[in-house]
Design a protein around this ligand. Structure first.
Ligand SMILES: C[S@@+](CC[C@H](N)C(=O)[O-])C[C@H]1O[C@@H](n2cnc3c(N)ncnc32)[C@H](O)[C@@H]1O
Length: 265
């Protein structure tokens, strides 16, 4: 079984604390603002992870019924501790256990890239949406378009020359061609409405903490474990990222696409 989409044990906590403010928090605020503009009463979040976008959605939509879901039970358990005023449930985005036409909005922040069959996930979103309901999701642009992931990829090449893991470019930063995205959305039975290119800045405590977040708190961990001692490799990646990004708190810009699609009436 592939480990490309696995978060287990302590990974959700590391991801949440060490990558959240640097990468995911700023985009969560943006996504929640777009979500609020649709004024949905019932919201389903897919791939909600540790609850970073869930918290922003809760604040932006105080009256909405929000159901936050994720594939990995460890993420659901951690997220449910962080954001207590929504309903949490495990769910595979490709096979949702919800009735037809029961949400006005399906949201997913930086989860779609991990779904092996994206049209199947869009088809499921269309099924659970009411006619005229919307799917709103974000995906990262290429790794080189975002400062922290670009430094990570460069550090992995420096630390593991000849055998760097390709996870970062292949999975979280591997689904950014708008034509391909829109064709998958349409294959799932949704009508594309908007594709916005968004660039936002986030802050990491240090390049070392960022490297730990990536190496220990994402599925990159499994690719590193195949190549050597995980803690040693994470430390070396941290040293290399510090050389590239500098000491102390660091600010970095990241780029993403935010896509809105609608279930036809
Ligand atoms: C990069 S994290 C994003 C988490 C959160 N939305 C955020 O913005 O911080 C990707 C999430 O997608 C989840 N995921 C991966 N494959 C999935 C699937 N087939 N169905 C539902 N969730 C999935 C993972 O468990 C992980 O929590």
């Amino acid at each position: 079984m592939t480990t490309d989409a696995s978060w287990v044990e302590s990974m959700p906590a590391i991801y949440d604390r060490q990558l959240g403010p640097a990468l995911f928090g700023p985009f969560a605020q943006h996504l929640a603002g777009v979500a609020a503009s649709f004024e949905p009463a019932r919201v389903l979040e897919l791939g909600a992870g540790s609850g970073i976008a869930t918290r922003a959605l809760r604040r932006a939509l105080p009256m909405a019924e929000i159901t936050a879901t994720d594939l990995n039970p460890a993420m659901v358990a951690w997220g449910a501790e962080q954001v207590t005023d929504v309903t949490w449930a495990p769910a595979n985005a490709q096979e949702l256990d919800f009735p037809d036409a029961c949400f006005e909005l399906v949201v997913c922040q930086f989860g779609v890239m991990f779904f092996p069959d994206k049209p199947a996930a869009f088809r499921e979103a269309a099924r659970v949406l009411v006619p005229g309901g919307r799917m709103l999701f974000s995906v990262w642009d290429a790794a080189e378009a975002s400062e922290f992931p670009a430094a990570l990829v460069a550090a992995l090449h420096a630390v593991l020359p000849g055998n760097p893991p390709d996870f970062v470019a292949r999975v979280p930063h591997g689904y950014f061609d708008p034509d391909r995205i829109l064709s998958d959305v349409e294959a799932g039975g949704l009508e594309p409405e908007a594709v916005e290119h968004v660039v936002l800045s986030g802050r990491a405590q240090t390049a070392r903490s960022l490297a730990e977040g990536f190496c220990l708190g994402t599925p990159l961990r499994f690719a590193l474990q195949e190549r050597g001692a995980l803690e040693d490799l994470a430390r070396e990646v941290g040293e290399e990222m510090t050389r590239l990004l500098g000491e102390g708190p660091i600010d970095g810009e990241s780029a993403a696409f935010v896509v809105t699609a609608r279930r036809p009436n």
